[in-house]
Design a binder for this molecule. Structure first.
Ligand SMILES: C[S@@+](CC[C@H](N)C(=O)[O-])C[C@H]1O[C@@H](n2cnc3c(N)ncnc32)[C@H](O)[C@@H]1O
Length: 452
């Protein structure tokens, strides 16, 4: 059968299974409110998998049915989606619609935004076509489920503005960096796309402390917590936090948001957050409502440099967004610091939580090549592949570092003396690779040899 036939049949059968599973939980797109199951919570695992497969097939079908020249033009002008979203975010269109009672004419919006009606109309019509906002009558706009999230109290708008302003500018630095013999292999943000495009000699984080970075700092402080909030539910739900043993240690814990969630859901677990000294007050603030847990030592905040041997023995070590900051050798050196502690507790696990950059391999044989995308999705990768691909480029453009595939991270673990024990696919665009000490049996019987 042709790819078209296979895709159409697959979409039909996957779609039927999905709506039968969802039952009364009817999804919506045009109502100005979240779809609880998908936007606040997580669909059950099978519904989520069916959704992923449907999205993969639909994306492939669109690519199949789009003439080549139109496909290429669509891709190379896709930056204008960012331009348009930047306009809607900056003018706070979602709020202006809410303030006007839920609907607003183009002329009203243009007046309130003090801008040109035709230009704003071009943006709004484009966004409606991309299913952000809806047009309820000619030139009359309302929020749909997606644009409703852009209202001021969520922080989504500030996150959009990071990407539509500095993120957008920084993108122009990516190719020059890739061509520059001095910078092409660098992961240091001070030599990355952001610094190159903005012509500064510092990465985005120190830039936030400069007078020019004040606006970006504001958007970071409001927008980044919104972004982190996207992964919270999956991080809390898709890992069996209480199955590893009583003590969880977060290495490079940042502000400690993940451990706070784990502590709330599993109050019986001992939580240890390790950070550099300057971050301890931030962690203290995160756990300010849990003073008695701090006093009793069920929650500990430890000063620790993750490039020194790990002395704290725990049952599971959690590293989120840590190895992505470094090249392969440095990341392996960092993970290897856990080995002394793992030898003391050889059953302990190491959880590396990152974007697990997806792939979509097309088989070489003619028959197999017509297999729908849904059936070619590797299991060991992040969900929402399109979002994950965009995010990995966006984080490297803005923050430097190195985003990796499952295989890339496995190699780093192996170089550190660890082997994969499991992959936890999150219902999210991040995932977690679970490692354990290589030759666990050997370490337990005393016959294990260090590979370092
Ligand atoms: C990218 S952030 C990730 C934070 C946190 N894991 C999260 O997901 O929100 C990396 C964190 O590592 C911390 N860090 C950097 N160098 C460190 C070191 N040598 N030892 C311990 N922590 C370090 C930083 O302070 C920062 O909070």
């Amino acid at each position: 059968m042709s790819l078209l036939q296979n895709l159409v049949q697959d979409i039909s059968s996957l779609g039927t299974k999905l709506y039968q599973r969802l039952g009364d939980d009817t999804g919506h797109l045009y109502e100005a409110k979240p779809w609880k199951t998908y936007d606040h919570e997580l669909p059950d695992r099978e519904s989520w998998q069916l959704s992923q497969q449907l999205i993969a097939d639909c994306e492939e079908l669109i690519a199949l049915l789009t003439p080549t020249k139109i496909k290429l033009v669509t891709e190379c002008v896709a930056n204008n989606s960012t331009v348009g979203l930047g306009v809607a975010a900056d003018f706070r269109i979602a709020d202006k619609i809410i303030e006007n009672g839920g609907e607003a004419s183009l002329s009203h919006l243009a007046r309130k935004c003090k801008t040109d009606e035709h230009k704003l109309g071009c943006v709004m019509h484009m966004l409606v076509q991309r299913h952000i906002f809806k047009e309820v009558a000619p030139d009359v706009f309302a929020n749909n489920r997606h644009s409703y999230e852009l209202r001021k109290e969520t922080g989504a708008t500030e996150m959009m503005l990071i990407e539509t302003n500095e993120g957008y500018q920084a993108g122009l630095g990516w190719l020059p960096v890739m061509k520059d013999p001095e910078k092409m292999h660098e992961h240091d943000p001070a030599k990355g796309a952001f610094a190159t495009a903005l012509q500064v000699d510092l990465g985005v984080l120190p830039y936030l402390g400069t007078p020019k970075g004040a606006n970006l700092l504001n958007n970071f402080s409001i927008g980044v917590p919104w972004l982190s909030g996207i992964t919270v539910v999956a991080t809390r739900t898709d890992l069996p936090w209480d199955s590893f043993g009583p003590t969880v240690c977060d290495v490079g814990a940042g502000p400690g948001g993940v451990m706070l969630e784990v502590h709330k859901k599993y109050p019986h677990l001992n939580i240890i957050c390790q950070e550099l000294e300057q971050m301890i007050p931030v962690l203290q603030d995160t756990f300010k409502d849990y003073q008695s847990d701090l006093d009793h030592g069920n929650v500990k905040l430890e000063v620790y440099d993750y490039f020194t041997p790990q002395k704290t023995v725990a049952d599971v070590y959690w590293l989120r967004g840590v190895v992505r900051d470094y090249d392969d050798d440095t990341s392996a050196r960092l993970l290897a610091q856990l080995v002394p502690a793992l030898k003391k507790n050889p059953r302990a696990k190491v959880l590396v939580n990152e974007l697990i950059v997806p792939s979509l391999i097309t088989p070489q044989s003619q028959i197999e090549a017509n297999t729908p995308a849904a059936k070619r999705l590797p299991p060991n990768q992040s969900g929402y592949p399109q979002a994950c691909h965009m995010m990995q480029l966006s984080t490297m453009v803005l923050m430097g570092g190195k985003e990796r595939t499952f295989g890339d991270i496995v190699k780093i673990g192996r170089a550190a003396g660890l082997r994969v024990s499991k992959f936890h696919q999150f219902r999210m665009f991040t995932g977690t690779i679970e490692f354990e000490l290589d030759d666990v049996a050997g370490w337990e019987t005393g016959t294990g040899k260090s590979r370092l």
